[in-house]
Design a binder for this molecule. Structure first.
Ligand SMILES: C[S@@+](CC[C@H](N)C(=O)[O-])C[C@H]1O[C@@H](n2cnc3c(N)ncnc32)[C@H](O)[C@@H]1O
Length: 463
């Protein structure tokens, strides 16, 4: 493979060697020192796997162009890889690259039922199940599309071959954003041997003018060090699904919360309009992270979902940004109670609790580095994020209940300012609706534009 790459002008191959490392497995080792920022490796454009090159191929290109609907970017690369792999002659260089690819992958789509059960309840569990079904559907469509085109022998394009090629793309392709809002996904032979380390700077670059891929040193390297690139800030559930590995205690861990509302729910159409104006869909997936365990989109969504008064909805529709602030104390209390209960429900639905998993991991119940161990790490990360989100919701709920308890009409009630969010023991209530509080006159005036419609609706409803 190296002589093929050098023939096309690859630079830096002699300064690196392929080696096996603990934890990451096969990777690249330096044979000389590099200073941070120096170019380590350049892989020439002609040897990269891209959609453009797939379409430019004299045999594959016409087939791709004849397929309707057009295959996705991923499926195009998958067909390209499987097509080259099936060639008995020609394509010598790319075939050497394909021969160097791993024979199998440890993405969660290859987990046994028992291994996947370890993370039952996690979003990875649900996504993996859905993905496995989608892969089967996509495969069936793709095979029908190329069936009579004599492109790849059918025994070399089984569902397992399809999954293998998909995982090749997921775990080895690099994505780049180009000028003009374009992007490119490519596989770079040899550079795809580089493993991930979150401590190195982002150091793989694509030059749109030459079409070459280069790797710069993301830190200083001594002779014999493993060279890394940074795949990005990826949570464990995604790492395991796409790359087949996890980072214990990954600070990027997250939980993808799906919020949905039945179309038969009261005022569904009006609510749909309100969600849309707040940048949300009727089914919205919102990512909870350690940095932001309770994103404001969740509260926006639930405030609308829990609206149960046509007057309020109609006035809110005339002023859609209303959902950015609390609509009323009672609406806020209801949504926060719902949120706390829902998150508790989600936590209860995990097959194994965080405490139990911690115990099992400490006792090495799951062989370290194996699939079940990785699933346990994902479950643990998701549960930790959810617990943090519940704690945040409980705090907000306590403040909202405090506001309610202190009663309407009490000018000194404790609470949170509807405009600036400051919590204070000396709040003033809106004189008209008596349902929102302000820390002072300035905030009341600043908030009036957004509040007046709801204020009128609440006042007329309360008589
Ligand atoms: C782009 S390839 C890197 C080369 C790969 N190790 C090989 O043998 O071909 C990405 C794969 O390397 C492995 N890998 C990369 N970084 C890793 C890490 N930090 N820990 C564990 N495995 C890692 C995963 O299997 C991942 O899917």
């Amino acid at each position: 493979m190296e002589s093929w790459l050098e023939g096309y002008g690859a630079v830096g191959l002699n300064d690196l060697e392929i080696a096996d490392f603990p934890i990451t497995g096969r990777g690249l080792r330096t044979l000389k020192c590099f200073k941070e920022g120096e170019t380590i490796l350049t892989i020439p454009s002609r040897t990269l796997w891209t959609v453009e090159h797939a379409y430019a191929d004299a045999t594959l290109g016409p087939v791709l162009r004849s397929i309707s609907p057009k295959p996705s970017l991923e499926d195009t690369l998958v067909l390209y890889i499987l097509f080259v792999r099936s060639r008995k002659s020609g394509y010598d260089g790319p075939r050497k690259h394909v021969a160097a690819l791993p024979a199998s992958y440890s993405s969660s789509i290859f987990f046994t039922e028992e291994q996947l059960e370890v993370c039952a309840g996690s979003s990875l569990y649900t996504v993996t199940k859905q993905l496995s079904q989608r892969i089967e559907d996509d495969y069936r469509i793709l095979i029908m599309q190329i069936l009579e085109r004599d492109l790849i022998p059918l025994d070399e394009f089984t569902i397992d071959d399809y999954k293998w090629a998909l995982c090749t793309v997921w775990s080895r392709a690099m994505d780049f954003v180009l000028p003009g809002e374009k992007s490119i996904r490519l596989l770079a032979p040899f550079a795809d041997m580089l493993n991930h380390w979150s401590e190195v700077k982002q150091c793989h670059v694509y030059d749109p003018s030459s079409g070459n891929l280069s790797v710069l040193a993301g830190k200083d390297y001594e002779v014999g060090d493993q060279v890394f690139i940074n795949y990005g800030r990826i949570p464990n559930n995604r790492l395991l699904r796409l790359y087949g590995f996890v980072i214990p205690g990954n600070p990027m861990d997250c939980y993808d919360l799906v919020l949905t509302t039945h179309p038969m729910a009261p005022f569904f159409e009006q609510k749909r309009t309100l969600w849309a104006s707040a940048g949300l869909n009727t089914t919205s997936t919102i990512t909870l992270t350690f940095a932001d365990p309770l994103p404001k989109e969740i509260l926006r969504y639930l405030r609308v979902q829990r609206l149960d008064d046509s007057d309020v909805i109609n006035t809110a529709l005339r002023q859609p940004n209303i959902v950015d602030a609390r609509i009323s104390d009672s609406n806020e209390t209801v949504i926060l109670q719902f949120l706390v209960e829902s998150i508790s429900g989600l936590l209860d639905s995990f097959g194994t609790s965080a405490e139990k998993l911690e115990e099992q991991l400490a006792e090495a119940v799951y062989p370290p580095g194996g699939n079940a161990w990785a699933a346990a790490q994902v479950s643990l990360g998701e549960q930790r994020v959810l617990r943090l989100a519940r704690k945040r919701a409980e705090e907000l709920l306590a403040a909202a209940e405090g506001r309610n308890k202190n009663g309407r009409g009490s000018p000194s009630a404790q609470g949170r300012c509807a405009n600036c969010d400051k919590i204070s023991g000396q709040m003033m209530l809106c004189g008209r609706c008596k349902s929102v509080k302000y820390c002072g006159r300035t905030c009341q005036i600043a908030h009036f534009k957004g509040h007046k419609a709801i204020c009128r609706a609440t006042t007329s409803r309360n008589g």
